[in-house]
Design a protein around this ligand. Structure first.
Ligand SMILES: CC(C)(COP(=O)(O)OP(=O)(O)OC[C@H]1O[C@@H](n2cnc3c(N)ncnc32)[C@H](O)[C@@H]1OP(=O)(O)O)[C@@H](O)C(=O)NCCC(=O)NCCS
Length: 163
């Protein structure tokens, strides 16, 4: 499957929502209650955004990001359609957020895994994320059990190097 990543536009929010809802997440997680209006608030806040992965005219994956202060970029709403899994789309979406984080001078990417979705943790660990019990996910749903927080340092490309 050939695919490309593009920043999500407001007009594509319903498409983003469809990809999210097709992910098959546990119905107890706050993910399942996310509306298109929630997405608009989350993905179009200050410094926030998202990417869709397109295979031709079909959106097959999505991811969002939001800053938490000037050092941390949080990653959220990562999903690949079940039929498109295992082909690198999820890793590419995570990589797109990391690239943006380095370009914008953040020090780390931080994400939260729901207690109802712990089986995804090895996916992130393979990509270099580590559990950090001291780290806090600023955008956690107050109605949900505390998530597992994972963090990956990123190297800023905006740092000047003096030789
Ligand atoms: C997690 C998810 C996005 C992965 O998407 P994907 O497109 O299948 O991921 P990739 O194909 O890029 O996989 C990258 C690597 O991770 C591995 N991997 C994928 N899912 C994994 C899992 N659950 N556990 C361990 N490894 C996993 C792949 O085998 C691949 O390994 P490789 O590089 O050796 O080939 C997808 O399974 C999904 O949408 N799950 C439901 C939604 C979800 O849980 N989102 C995360 C919210 S925190």
């Amino acid at each position: 499957m050939t695919y490309s990543l593009r920043p999500v536009t407001r007009a594509e929010l319903p498409t983003f929502h469809t990809v999210m809802m097709a992910a098959g997440m546990d119905s107890r997680s706050s993910w399942s209650r996310t509306t298109v209006a929630d997405l608009e608030r989350s993905l179009f806040g200050v410094g926030a955004g998202g990417f869709l992965a397109w295979a031709g005219a079909e959106a097959v994956g999505c991811v969002g990001f939001r800053p938490d202060g000037s050092h941390t970029l949080t990653l959220n709403k990562l999903a690949t359609l079940p039929d498109a899994r295992g082909q690198g789309v999820g890793a590419a979406l995570v990589g797109a957020v990391e690239e943006l984080a380095t370009e914008q001078g953040f020090e780390r990417v931080l994400l939260a895994v729901s207690q109802f979705n712990l089986e995804v943790i090895p996916f992130y660990e393979r990509l270099g994320y580590r559990q950090d019990s001291a780290a806090v996910y600023a955008h956690a749903s107050p109605q949900s059990p505390a998530p597992v927080v994972l963090v990956k340092p990123v190297i800023s490309t905006t740092t000047e190097v003096f030789l």
